[in-house]
Unconditional design. Structure first.
Length: 468
């Protein structure tokens, strides 16, 4: 029904789109060359179709975004918001005849307040740029997706992204205090607050976080900051099995420890990293666990966690003595996805999160699925919060292997739900997991989410075909 309302726009109105946009935008902000607009068609997800945009718009001001949305509403043209297009779910993929609204030019840090411990930013600010800017004030913005050197704050908010530090500091949603949002009809709405506390009305701010641009266009964000923590130290522990490594994770969390990072790599991932970077990781390692602490006495915390790893069966425990050694130990984890991509050339990166107590069952299940479909599937995981990234490696030119890759991907998601988990911990739903979202939340949940969508976007022009 939503798509039919969009497609009902008269042809003459569609033909007038560029002229109408240019009436409120500078010429350089409106791109119509087909070769250029095609480069904005999709994000980094596999198996997600992308349409052909009618036009790409790069606004620099809130007023320009409002003009785009008023024009889109009047002409019944779909709008697909985009950040850096580093997403992995197809949430930023274009639809045929749409306006691609790229927010990368709205990249100003408007305010950093050490007293209020907030930053006010536009959506196109790069995550790493913000992190470095607040660090100069002795502050810390914790969310750190692996693409933090290129991904934008607006994209992080749209997908509800996470990162390596979530085990201690939480995900993006926990740092978004308030938003300015341009609605589908061009009106500007402010949500939330810039105060340390506030419970006035429904929490519309959290509603927009993770909504993938389907409810409105975020044009400003008030973000919470923390004091800069001490330099973390890292420990690496090798295990003879993934089950033993997962047992160590459970022991660490049950023991009340609060690591700043707790990451796991299975043997397939370790081998891929060795093959790519020749890091000299032991080929006999079945699982590698990395733990870090940014406490006042991280060496003592590492010693305690090292003892728990040994009790769980670790064959070797190597604590770093300084920041340089810590960084060297973390390099392997940061290379994981790049190394797995090199195995076959194409990857599907899953994002299933399970209770920590079921982490071992999840890894065992993925190993069975890899054998069943005769595929290489490596797992790296934010083990401290149960967020696994099973990564299916395949040759996209091989039709049979591509089909098996997609089937294995779906089976991994089914396994996650069976273990009491969720289909996405930080990458979002987009196009890739629409059917699985319905399975997870059930028919009543789908009905209520569609009602929310209808309230904010009655014409269905905001990022159609995503999530629901």
């Amino acid at each position: 029904m939503i798509m039919s309302r969009i497609q009902a726009a008269p042809d003459e109105a569609q033909g007038n789109l560029t002229d109408r946009l240019l009436s409120g935008l500078p010429a350089e902000a409106v791109l119509t060359d087909a070769d250029v607009t095609a480069s904005y068609a999709n994000d980094m997800a596999s198996f997600c179709p992308a349409g052909t945009p009618a036009v790409v718009v790069l606004p620099r001001t809130v007023e320009q975004v409002q003009h785009v949305m008023r024009t889109a509403t009047e002409l019944r043209v779909p709008v697909v918001p985009q950040g850096a297009r580093s997403g992995l779910s197809g949430a930023a993929n274009a639809t045929d005849g749409c306006i691609v609204l790229s927010l990368t030019k709205m990249d100003r840090i408007l305010e950093i307040s050490p007293v209020d411990r907030i930053a006010v930013v536009e959506p196109g600010v790069i995550n790493a740029t913000l992190s470095r800017a607040v660090e100069e004030h002795g502050l810390y913005y914790p969310p750190d997706p692996s693409s933090w050197e290129m991904c934008t704050i607006g994209g992080n908010i749209g997908t509800g992204s996470g990162g390596l530090c979530c085990v201690k500091y939480g995900v993006t949603a926990e740092y978004v205090l308030g938003l300015d949002v341009v609605l589908a009809d061009g009106r500007l709405m402010s949500t939330g607050r810039r105060t340390a506390k506030g419970v006035a009305g429904y929490d519309l701010t959290r509603l927009f976080v993770g909504s993938e641009g389907s409810l409105g266009i975020v044009v400003r964000a008030v973000l919470a900051l923390k004091p800069k923590p001490p330099q973390q130290l890292v420990l690496a522990a090798e295990f003879p099995s993934a089950a033993a490594a997962c047992d160590a994770v459970c022991r660490i969390m049950e023991g009340g420890h609060v690591p700043s990072l707790l990451e796991l790599m299975d043997r397939t991932t370790v081998k891929a990293v060795n093959d790519l970077a020749h890091m000299g990781l032991p080929e006999t390692t079945e699982a590698l666990l990395l733990a870090a602490f940014d406490t006042p006495d991280p060496a003592a915390d590492l010693a305690a966690v090292g003892a728990l790893c040994e009790a769980a069966g670790a064959t070797e425990v190597v604590p770093a003595e300084d920041a340089a050694e810590s960084e060297m130990l973390l390099k392997a984890r940061r290379l994981s996805l790049t190394a797995l991509e090199a195995v076959k050339g194409t990857t599907m990166i899953d994002d299933v999160c399970v209770p920590r107590s079921r982490l071992g069952a999840m890894l065992e299940g993925v190993e069975r699925i890899a054998a069943k479909y005769d595929l290489t599937i490596g797992v790296c995981a934010h083990a401290g919060d149960g967020n696994t990234h099973p990564t299916v490696c395949f040759d996209a030119a091989d039709a049979a292997e591509s089909r098996r890759a997609r089937e294995s991907f779906d089976e991994i998601m089914a396994l996650g739900l069976e273990l009491g988990g969720t289909i996405t911990g930080e990458h979002g739903v987009g196009m890739l997991k629409k059917e699985w979202l319905a399975r997870e939340i059930g028919p009543v949940g789908v009905e209520m989410q569609r009602a929310v969508k209808q309230a904010f976007d009655p014409l269905g022009i905001l990022n159609p075909g995503k999530m629901l």
